[in-house]
Design a protein. Structure first.
Length: 249
């Protein structure tokens, strides 16, 4: 689990709109969460909570925090039949924005960086693209940087505390025999050269549009489509690097 728990204000808002004056009935709540758990209600056991809001919190607690965030974002985005009425779009947008405020934590423990963790972080960054595109772009680059550092650390390659993403990727690609200069076949050289260009582009778009740097008088604000492009490029590259590293090892 990457986070300990959801912020209190997120839980309160979610239980209020999905288990309070609006939202699920007890039966609908049970059906939704049992489906997410892939369990029959008889397998769950006694349901906790003295009322519907408390019951909603109890059901959420049956999932890892990362999946709690995904389920809440799913409820914010999609239309589900609710006996007490679906929460207003304004309430759902507020909750989605709160979820976007929750930091995307990337583990620094090499043993915890694998294809599953990359996929989870990729999804979390994509979920953030509408409510917080700048944060999604920052998370995309951090994900790729972390994978490069994980590989370099495991291979015993030094890279320096101030190494930027292009430098980290250059060292990683050479270690994995993915540098264009290491190949003679023209098709491979073009593909691997394109990978370098993608990484350089991610570094530049994050510097221009991400939230990790101060902006000038006329800041360029990213849109959801910009964030989606950056996140998908970073996720694809991170998955490719890790798969190559594991195959080589």
């Amino acid at each position: 689990m990457l986070d300990d728990k959801l912020p209190y204000r997120v839980l309160s808002k979610a239980s209020e709109i999905f288990g309070g004056s609006s939202g699920f009935s007890y039966a609908e709540m049970e059906d939704f969460f049992c489906h997410a758990l892939n369990k029959h209600k008889d397998e769950v056991g006694p349901v906790g909570g003295s009322n519907r809001p408390a019951g909603f919190k109890w059901w959420l607690s049956q999932f890892p925090v990362s999946q709690q965030q995904r389920l809440l974002l799913q409820l914010c985005r999609d239309n589900y039949p609710m006996w007490h009425g679906q929460p207003t779009k304004a309430h759902r947008d507020d909750l989605a924005a709160m979820l976007a405020d929750s930091p995307i934590t990337i583990s620094t423990d090499p043993s915890k960086i694998d294809s599953q963790s990359i996929g989870e972080l990729w999804r979390k960054a994509l979920d953030r693209r509408h409510a917080d595109p700048e944060g999604a772009i920052t998370a995309a680059r951090t994900l790729l940087e972390s994978v490069c550092k994980h590989i370099l650390d495991d291979c015993g390659v030094e890279y320096g505390d101030n190494a930027d993403l292009p430098k980290l990727y250059s060292l990683t690609s050479k270690e994995l025999n993915l540098a264009p200069s290491q190949h003679t076949e023209d098709a491979f050289k073009k593909i691997l050269g394109g990978a370098h260009s993608i990484v350089d582009g991610l570094a530049n778009i994050r510097n221009r549009l991400g939230d990790a740097h101060g902006h000038g008088k006329r800041p360029v604000k990213p849109l959801a489509r910009h964030a989606e492009l950056a996140v998908n490029m970073a996720g694809s590259m991170a998955s490719f690097l890790l798969a190559t590293f594991e195959a080589k090892r």
